[in-house]
Design a protein around this ligand. Sequence first.
Ligand code: PEP
Ligand code: MN
Length: 337
Amino acid sequence: MIIVLKPNISKKDEVAVLKEIRKLGYKPHIMRGVERTVIGAIGDERTHGSLETLSAWTQVENVMPVQKRYKLVSREAHRGNSTINVRGNLIGGKKFQVMAGPCSVESEKQLLTTAHAVKAAGATILRGGAFKPRTSPYEFQGLGEKGLKMLAKARKETGLGIITELLSQDHADMVAEYTDIIQIGARNAQNFQLLIAAAKTGKPVMLKRGLSMKIEEWLLAGEYILANENANLMFCERGIRTFETYTRNTLDLSTIPIIKKESHCPIVIDPSQGAGRADLVVAMCKGAVAMGADALLIEVHPNPAEAWSDGAQQVTLEGFVKLMEELKPFITAAGRE
Ligand code: PEP
Ligand code: MN
């Protein structure tokens, strides 16, 4: 840690700070500038006391970490890009992956119709929520295990991999039994006990960005997966809460180059929750592909007007076919297949 002292503090105040640093178990290294004195505190923060408390001292201006707080998700921890194998499809590899399907699993017919259609159009993974995190307790909450069984049936019929959300630790084993990828939703992105439970299932985890989560917090949440012996983590940007009302969220595409720079884990873009509007999905997808995303997560429904959740943002089956066609030149231009 670096401790910056306020200008013109007394010798006595400086000595008190040095004494505290030593008391916490660190070796202070003093650097005197013209106006300011800066102290480097040397020692392992995992086994020593926290230096953060010094920021409350009147003679201290700032306490700053020297190293990044995340380690295992960082590029330094792993050379090259990590890839995640989902039923033979590599996420984070040369081939661009598309995960598509309804927001919620509603019925066998709805799911199977969608699954066959998205597969024919080129998707490799089927999405569908069986446990839904709804803002109101009076809205459809998902079919639960019945929905998971339908997802498993759709996988058997189509060969598509499955991704579905895990809402509660109580369901970790159950969801893992059916799914190929566990989705951690935006509302649970910092539910650390849930992250640990998801990691421990051993299934690949897709971690959405929280509604108002800083990128550093998101990377640190991802650290929970890797620190719990699960190497198969992918991040998913799905838009953040801003002042804008034309869109449901503000899809932050800057996360693509930032995650690519900071981490070896794949990055997925969800334009559906991001825009909240079906008419914007194609443009957002093109942008995401061009900026180097590894995969897309797109909501597709046979009849969005009658969807049990997120009707306004789901594209139709025909719309999805057209979208996949329009994406092709962008995928090629981005150096992907
Ligand atoms: C979803 O994918 O349907 C969903 C609820 O996502 P998020 O957690 O990003 O809101
Ligand atoms: Mn949704």
